[in-house]
Design a protein around this ligand. Structure first.
Ligand SMILES: Cc1ncc(CN)c(N)n1
Length: 231
């Protein structure tokens, strides 16, 4: 979508939130991520084991950089109340939730310890890690937020489209459950709320920088699902 400055855009927007400006200017890729055939296949529980294994092996490498980026959010947030949700989510990601999921799911899919420790990276995985590292080392809170928000909000998007009944296979079912439900929705609401709190006060140059990180992350999400689908 055309690059319309936030102040101009919000004058006629139905929802003038800064996060909505970022999302709507990231179309059509945003919708392509949320409605991606690979994501839809996860929600139906019919991704072939080989494809799911390849996707999760690459995603485990994504999660490593993502966890480091959560640490940068703790470090760069502008107040204590904002640091706390990042610290909580970081603990969950690093210990219980995603870590045990990956180990159990990849074992069930026949992955080896080497597949978890040091697999060859797909180009999109390397590019996504580079973007997360760029945001992390900037220690610029709105840029960190932009990348985290894309990852979580877009995953909430496709996971919310899952119908009933949930897939029997825990590899699919738990991956959906990790990305939807009241707790995950509140987490995404928090991330968006932080962007909405800080974005309007940035200079127009700063706003465009956040948009640039947001858009790059959306394009990478799309390429990541394309890679998973073998496209
Ligand atoms: C590529 C990607 N993007 C987002 C998420 C959601 N945490 C993820 N696990 N992987």
């Amino acid at each position: 979508m055309d690059l319309v400055p936030y102040d101009e855009w919000r004058a006629s927007a139905v929802d003038p939130a800064f996060s909505e400006w970022l999302r709507s200017l990231s179309e059509p890729e945003w919708t392509a991520v949320v409605n991606h055939p690979f994501a839809a296949s996860i929600t139906r529980g019919d991704v072939a084991d080989d494809d799911m294994r390849r996707y999760l092996i690459q995603d485990f490498q994504f999660v490593d950089s993502f966890t480091a980026l959560l640490g940068a959010a703790v470090a760069s947030a502008d107040n204590f109340e904002s640091r706390v949700p990042f610290g909580r989510f970081l603990g969950e990601t690093a210990t219980t939730e995603e870590k045990t999921y990956f180990h159990r799911a990849l074992a069930a899919l026949g992955a080896t310890p080497a597949d978890l420790a040091s697999p060859p990276l797909e180009p999109v995985t390397a590019d996504f890690r580079a973007l997360m590292d760029e945001a992390r080392t900037s220690l610029d809170y709105p840029l960190v937020l932009a990348v985290l928000s894309v990852a979580e909000w877009s995953y909430l998007g496709w996971a919310s489209l899952a119908g009933e009944p949930s897939p029997d296979n825990f590899v699919h079912r738990e991956w959906i459950e990790l990305h939807e439900g009241p707790v995950f929705r509140a987490w995404v609401g928090f991330l968006r709320g932080e962007l909405d709190r800080l974005g309007p006060g940035l200079t127009s140059e700063g706003q465009l920088r956040v948009l640039d990180f947001f858009r790059r992350a959306v394009r990478l999400e799309l390429r990541f699902f394309d890679m998973a689908a073998g496209a």
